[in-house]
Design a protein around this ligand. Sequence first.
Ligand code: NCD
Length: 313
Amino acid sequence: MGRNLITENDISADETILLFRDAKHFKKLRKKELAKFSHRLVGRRMLLLFYEPSTRTRISFELSARNLGIQTTIVESSYSSAMKGESLVDEAQTFDALGFDVVVMRHPEIGAVKNFSLYFTGSVINAGDGINAHPTQALVDAFTLWERGLLRSDVNIGIVGDILNSRVARSNARLLNKFGILPSFIAPPEFLPKILQGDNQLIEVPGELGYRVHVMYDLDEAIEKLDVIMMLRVQRERYESLPMSIPEFSRRYQLNSGRLSKLKPSAVIMHPGPVNRAVEISDDVFADSRCLINEQVANGVPLRMALLNFLLE
Ligand code: NCD
């Protein structure tokens, strides 16, 4: 069986740092210089299997693979036989038979990617399974912090907004915990799962997919102390009806000029994208020199190159 990345538990802290060193190396190269890697993994085949929409994740995996000479094929769910009722197990066997070495998969159900990996011989990378995990986004975010010397236990990281539906928040918490960091989840009770209810409390989610976080309900109370503020998208598509109106949410949790002025000058602003402008962030954020949102996107390519190289070499 190939080596998988289904959750952050599949990679150690030491391996993560090795990955970051490789990613840094790839990042420094100009486009022309990247050509010398274009034969590194030639003959390998990667399938991008997406049962949910994606822009950044899908495109950066595709660019990363091509930079390493990997042949890529994209399947979106509406074009696959899943629509004809083919099960994930049968799909896994089909993709094996077609000779794919790695499958990058996004699926709306928790555990679907893990399940698929049990029947697929090559490597499987989780590009998001429901609200559970999105390990490569967490790696991109941690890499962005590491490059700035901010992946340290004394750094105060606040993850803000729709925690309830955020696989990015969960993956970040697990990965940050590995580096001795206790992030804060900052959200109203309406946007927190049952297990994370409790203002100003340290909460430990038990189990294999567990993590430890500090929970805070009030962003205005927390913001001045933050070194890193990671905003999350309100995932409207995952709600039948929102637990709080958008104007109310924005009034209390939007990062805007008022709150930017309270944020430390040395702090950095992150968001995994896609952003809902005027919901969780205002236009002022992109104009702020502390904003790393576009850098996170750019880091997606060297980080995923390093990861493919690590899993397939
Ligand atoms: C995130 C996702 O799909 O989980 N996006 C991403 O991959 N960068 C976050 C989101 O959809 O809000």
